[in-house]
Design a protein around this ligand. Structure first.
Ligand code: ADP
Length: 921
């Protein structure tokens, strides 16, 4: 209000305000508008009325509000002070305008009492300013980035502007330059030219030239300049650094110089090379092009007269003989591949004289490619060094070496062989059980094997002097077998050295002493060793300890004497024979027995086998086998045929005395006497049986009759008579029983004597053995009903045999009655008939006491009974049953046997051959 009054009062001031292009407002300390000038509308778009009462801050950009408040707050502290701000302001049309505000703190001024705010829209100005700045910036960037120095001078040549590159080029700072004249950057001698140029520029010309810029450090920089006059009247000089171009040019010039020098040098080198090639000790040829045209040949080549005209011609024409030998192919190869060829000692046939005569020579060859400046192969350099002499010399040396090696090899081999032979020999000697010594010509020992040392009880570490000839002879105490000392010259070593060979029967037995003093008998053999000329250079002597053999021989002689006395006593016949039938020895007893003379028997005309009677031939063959396999055969009975044709029964036993030659000795006992006695006994038996049987038959008749009478006796009788009759009957029956036993015994006796005397007649028929066995078993079962007899038959219906049915039945009966007799009554007996191969086998198995092996052999003898009281059967027996069974079976060409062990029961068996034609497989 007071302001309004003041304003009103000061019209002039007011008129200024009213016309001011700036808008003016008065604000409270909080920023509320209390007055706004009329130009406010132009600046803000609001009328003065619209603004008064509003807070000025509400029109500011929110981002700048806070700062504006702070600025105002700070201003309020400083009465009378002012601040100028640039702020964005929202125009009434909604757009943001930029305004420049000046706030003056006149709150304390009693006349104003407000913050005076002058503001004007600077949007336009701001934009213009920015555009100008931007274009100036672009220009500046252009100038700086042009990469060229820009110097601006006034018409007199004083520098007025320079860019950064310009500063760098001359090395002065901008400030320094702006005080300088363009001439200061040019060497003294060029300045006149510069002045002329300035004149030309002032005349409106554009000039281009090259100068040296004199830099701040005094150095000269080659530069290229373009200059013209600007519209401002100033002169613009654009300066480019051309030092690198200059340097490049200089380098090019230098290279050129180098190249020329190199060329000259190369030429010189080439000349030197050719000179050298001419001098070279090898033949050198340079070829050009794929044709291999000879371009150069050195003196070595040209020294052959006929070679000179080859220069300029293709290789193929110059050296046709080498083309044939494959050289051209090698040249082509090197030419195309670029790989050099190097050959050492290459054999070539060359024409030395040019007359077409080829001689062999050797060369070390080096073929190298030659390249042109582009590095392409355009030629070849051949070098050939003749090494014929060296090669030949080397060949000769090699040949000599080879011969030497071969000789060395042969020598080595001979040495190896000799060593191997020596090793073999000493290994053999070491392995020998005979003692071996090798001695030199003086008899001194050079080698002994271990057998020799152990034979003579020489310790391994014994002093070698003990083997010295004299010393050796001393402790050996050489004697003959009778103990008589022998002279030194009898020493085998000395005998051998005198040239004797002691071998075979010429070996000698010596009695000598071991080094420990023990007597031994040595058998000594040996032979001299001779050199190529036949001179004796040593000897080998072999020793064999025969002490034991000698002792054995003595023992043998002793026992032989004993045996001989037995043989010569002629108690029994002795016959030494071999498998082939020869007789070696025969004593008088046997000579006498056989009825041939000793000479006849020993001459070999009669083979001893022939003297055995035919029926014993088989048994004899069997014993021959036995003696060869077991070394002896047990005594068995047989008969010999005497010279006069009569037979002599003998008992023969034998033993093998020489296994290798199958020589045996048989001892033969004459059994004639015994046999005669036996026969007499048999005849007697037979006679006795006959004599006994007749009365027994009649006794039985009488007893039968008596019993019949007693039966027929009229009854009743008095008790006494009845009693008497009973007693008599009992007596008669017992007598009858006794007579029956007697009869059976007599029957058996008779049977045996018949068997023994071969008066045993069989009526052989084709029979079915099954039937015989079945019937026999049935009979026995009836006789002993309480006993269990089991019968096992084969699956066949028929077992055909050629037999006397009654006799076979009798044999089986004998087995069966024995089994019933000797086996416990509660044990079953098993009878079995089976067919095996070509025979039928019948066996009877019982659970009786069994038999020892000896008993098993002896039960087949006549009258043999096992001696045990509890074995005696109820009816006694004569020990003839099994003998009879055997006789029967053997007559049927069968065999008998028993398998048993004590306590294990027995199985008695017999076999009978199956009848012909019906034999089953
Ligand atoms: P013996 O008339 O005594 O039976 P044998 O010649 O039949 O005569 O038998 C000879 C002996 O063989 C008999 O005394 C008996 O000791 C013995 N012996 C025979 N068979 C058997 C058997 N099955 N078991 C045990 N011992 C037997």
């Amino acid at each position: 209000m007071s302001i309004e009054v003041t304003m009103h009062s000061d019209r002039r001031f007011r008129a200024i305000i009213e016309r001011s292009s700036d808008a003016i407002s008065l604000l409270t300390a909080e920023g509320t508008v209390t007055y706004a000038s009329p130009s406010t509308r132009r600046v803000t778009g609001y009328s003065a009325e619209e603004l008064v009462g509003r807070n000025g801050f509400t029109l500011l950009h929110p981002e700048e509000l806070e700062d504006a408040r702070q600025q105002l707050t700070a201003l309020l502290e400083r009465p009378g002070d002012f601040i100028t701000l640039e702020r964005r302001f929202r125009h009434a049309d909604g757009t943001w305008h930029r305004v420049e505000v000046t706030l003056t703190n006149l709150l304390d001024d009693p006349e104003v009492g407000a913050v005076v705010c002058n503001y004007r829209d600077i949007t336009q100005r701001k934009q213009g300013q920015e555009r100008l700045l931007q274009s100036e910036e672009r220009y500046r960037v252009l100038v700086e980035q042009a990469g060229v120095g820009m110097f601006v001078t006034d018409l007199q040549g004083h520098l007025v502007e320079v860019n950064e590159v310009g500063c760098q080029l001359c090395g002065y700072s901008r400030e320094a330059l702006l005080t300088m004249h363009i001439q200061d950057l040019i060497p003294e001698e060029d300045r006149a030219a510069v002045r002329v140029e300035i004149e030309r520029l002032r005349a409106g010309e554009i000039t281009r030239s090259q100068w040296y810029m004199k830099r701040k450090d005094g150095s000269l920089l080659p530069v290229g300049t373009t200059a013209n006059q600007l519209s401002t009247g100033h002169l613009l000089v654009i300066v480019r650094d051309i030092s690198h171009r200059i340097r490049a040019e200089q380098a090019r010039q230098q290279l050129l110089a180098y190249e020329q020098a190199a060329r000259a040098e190369a030429e010189a080198a080439r000349a030197r090379l050719y000179e050298f090639l001419h001098q070279a000790p090898a033949r050198i040829i340079a070829l050009r092009g794929p044709e291999h045209r000879v371009e150069f040949a050195n003196a070595q080549v040209l020294e052959f007269e006929h070679y000179a005209d080859r220069v300029g011609k293709p290789f193929r024409e110059g050296w046709p003989e080498l083309v044939e030998q494959g050289i051209l192919a090698i040249l082509d190869e090197v030419y195309t591949t670029g790989t050099p060829f190097i050959g050492t000692g290459v054999p070539l046939k060359v024409d030395r004289t040019g007359e077409g005569v080829l001689v062999e020579a050797y060369f070390n060859l080096v073929y190298q490619p030659l390249r042109n400046e582009q590095g392409d192969i355009d030629g070849l350099l051949l070098s050939a060094m003749e090494v014929t002499e060296q090669v030949q010399a080397r060949r000769r040396v090699e040949e000599l070496n080879r011969q030497l090696e071969a000789e060395k090899d042969a020598l080595r081999q001979a040495k190896q062989e000799a060593e191997a032979r020596a090793a073999e020999l000493s290994a053999t000697f070491e392995a020998m059980t005979e003692g071996v010594i090798v001695c030199d010509a003086r008899g001194e020992i050079r080698y002994t094997n271990s057998a020799y040392r152990s034979l003579l009880a020489l310790e391994e570490d014994a002093d070698s002097s003990v083997l010295q000839l004299d010393h050796r002879f001393e402790w050996l105490a050489l004697r003959d077998l009778e103990g008589r000392p022998l002279p030194k010259e009898q020493l085998a070593t000395l005998r051998v050295l005198r040239g004797e060979r002691l071998s075979g029967i010429h070996t000698v037995d010596h009695l000598c002493r071991t080094h420990k003093g023990e007597d031994i008998i040595l058998n000594v053999g040996g032979a001299p060793i001779r050199d190529a000329a036949g001179r004796i250079v040593g000897g080998v002597i072999v020793f064999h300890d025969v002490t034991r053999r000698r002792q054995l021989e003595q023992q043998l002689q002793h026992s032989e004497r004993k045996l001989r006395s037995l043989v010569e006593s002629n108690i029994f016949g002795v016959w030494v024979i071999d498998d082939a039938g020869h007789s070696y020895e025969i004593n008088d007893r046997l000579v006498q027995l056989l009825g041939y003379s000793k000479e006849e028997l020993l001459s070999g005309t009669i083979r001893w086998q022939q003297l055995t009677s035919p029926e014993y031939q088989e048994a004899q063959a069997q014993t021959s086998k036995t003696i060869l396999s077991t070394g002896a055969f047990l005594p068995y009975e047989k008969e010999y045929l005497r010279k006069d044709g009569s037979r002599v029964p003998v008992l023969v036993a034998g033993a093998l005395i020489d296994q290798e030659r199958a020589i045996g000795m048989a001892v033969i006992l004459d059994m004639s006497e015994q046999k005669a006695a036996e026969r007499r006994k048999q005849e007697f038996l037979s006679m006795v049986s006959h004599e006994l049987r007749t009365p027994l038959t009649s006794i039985m008749g009488f007893i039968d009759l008596a019993l019949l009478c007693s039966d027929l006796f009229p009854r009743p009788l008095s008790p006494e008579a009845e009693q008497l009759l009973d007693k008599m009957e009992t007596g008669l029956k017992r007598a009858m029983g006794q007579v029956e036993v007697e009869t059976r015994l007599v029957e058996e006796l008779l049977e045996v004597s018949r068997l023994e005397l071969l008066k045993f007649e069989l009526s052989l028929q084709r029979e079915n053995l099954i039937t015989i066995v079945q019937e026999t078993v049935t009979n026995q079962q009836q006789a002993a009903r309480t006993r269990h007899i089991e019968l096992v038959l084969p699956p066949e219906e028929q077992v055909p045999v050629l037999a006397d049915a009654g006799r076979i039945g009798q044999a089986l009966t004998n087995y069966l009655t024995n089994a019933l007799k000797y086996a416990p009554v509660d044990q079953p007996i098993s009878v079995r008939l089976e067919v095996t191969g070509t025979v039928a086998r019948v066996s009877v198995r019982d659970q009786g006491p069994g038999l020892t092996p000896e008993q098993q052999q002896r039960v087949w003898e006549r009258f043999y009974q096992v001696a045990a009281p509890d074995r005696q059967g109820p009816d006694g027996g004569l020990g003839l049953g099994l003998a009879i069974a055997r006789a029967i079976i053997e007559q049927h060409q069968g065999q008998v046997g028993v398998e048993s062990a004590p306590g294990q029961g027995s199985t008695f068996w017999f076999t009978v051959p199956l009848a012909d034609g019906l034999i089953q497989a």
